[in-house]
Design a protein around this ligand. Structure first.
Ligand SMILES: N[C@@H](CCC(=O)N[C@@H](CS)C(=O)NCC(=O)O)C(=O)O
Length: 306
């Protein structure tokens, strides 16, 4: 059983996702039924939660089944994700022609008070948001579009590994995926130090897991790896410095994780969805004096092997 710790003063608390409907493939009476061409994914390339969704879409070969648009990497002064088609790698809103994410949420709830986050899975038929929870979106992508996927055999959540995957996901979410944010956005020294401790405890644990396995849950790629990858890819270039997770970099402190990160990056689908330029601009462009560090660019990608 997991122990839910109560937050310390100054701890960053991520708001829960406001839309958590499910697309199903086995019940034509359901509101959201799997169909090719009906659903649309809105992402930004810098966001790790959006990254995992785009990555599973790519790995499963859903590019022609679930369409996708890419918002700009920097939010507006009002903190809204906006479309910035003039930036390389970004698009317009090809579905609704909207200027930003608030209008997308307003299609479904004009009085929405929650966070207007990316990613968003949108239903083009009913003109509404299906889900803004990436953990759910990657499960839907893995499970319900296999009739049209070009890579349907890839099962990232195989039934015999459910327990193992869920267990890994639980601690990697709190300690690593959200841990880096808890370190970076902490409003007290204590909250920062606890998060920092969690991050490196999780990395130590992952390093040990990988000493005798190719992937986190054994010898096959699962959603546990997908979720960890999005954080690992950003770690040395961004989180080490921007979120003050600077005990050690992956490259220098974690040989198993570094080899694993390189192996994943070199697997088709990973590099295609990993946009370092958007990531650096997104994380660094909004803070302090707005400058973006020059290092950890193409040299980093080269080290990862492509
Ligand atoms: N639980 C969400 C979290 C998504 C999330 O927090 N996305 C960030 C970007 S990295 C965001 O859009 N934040 C905007 C905000 O909180 O207003 C998920 O995993 O999909």
């Amino acid at each position: 059983m997991s122990v839910v710790k109560s937050p310390v003063a100054g701890e960053f608390i991520r708001k829960s996702s406001g839309f958590r409907c499910w697309i199903v493939d086995d019940n034509s009476q359901a509101e959201f039924v799997a169909e090719p061409g009906r659903y649309h994914l809105y992402i930004s390339r810098n966001c790790p939660w959006a990254h995992r969704s785009a990555l599973v879409r790519e790995l499963k070969g859903l590019q022609d089944v679930v369409s996708m648009d890419v918002l700009g990497y920097r939010r507006s002064d009002d903190n809204e994700w906006i479309f910035r088609p003039e930036i390389e790698g970004c698009t317009v809103d090809t579905v609704n022609g909207f200027s930003g994410i608030n209008q997308i949420y307003a299609t479904t709830d004009p009085d929405y008070q929650g966070s207007a986050t990316v990613p968003v899975l949108f239903d083009k038929k009913l003109n509404c948001v299906v889900s803004n929870e990436s953990a759910d979106i990657i499960h839907m992508f893995n499970n319900v579009f296999n009739a049209w996927a070009t890579n349907p055999e890839l099962d990232l959540y195989p039934i015999d590994l459910h327990k193992k995957i869920d267990a890994v996901n639980e601690w990697t979410y709190r300690q690593l995926n959200n841990g880096v944010y808890r370190a970076g956005f902490a409003k007290s020294q204590q909250a920062y130090e606890e998060a920092y401790g969690d991050v490196f405890t999780a990395l130590d644990r992952l390093e040990a897991l990988l000493s005798n396995a190719r992937f986190l849950c054994g010898d096959q790629l699962t959603t546990a790896d997908i979720r960890v990858y999005a954080t690992l890819f950003r770690f040395d270039p961004v989180y080490f410095i921007r979120f003050k997770c600077n005990k050690t970099m992956i490259e220098f402190g974690y040989p198993n994780l570094w080899a694993y990160l390189k192996r994943l990056y070199q697997t088709p689908g990973f590099a295609q969805t990993s946009n370092l330029d958007h990531i650096k601009n997104g994380y660094f462009g909004r803070t302090g004096n707005g400058t973006v560090p020059l290092g950890w660019g193409k040299d980093y990608l080269k080290k990862l092997g492509l």
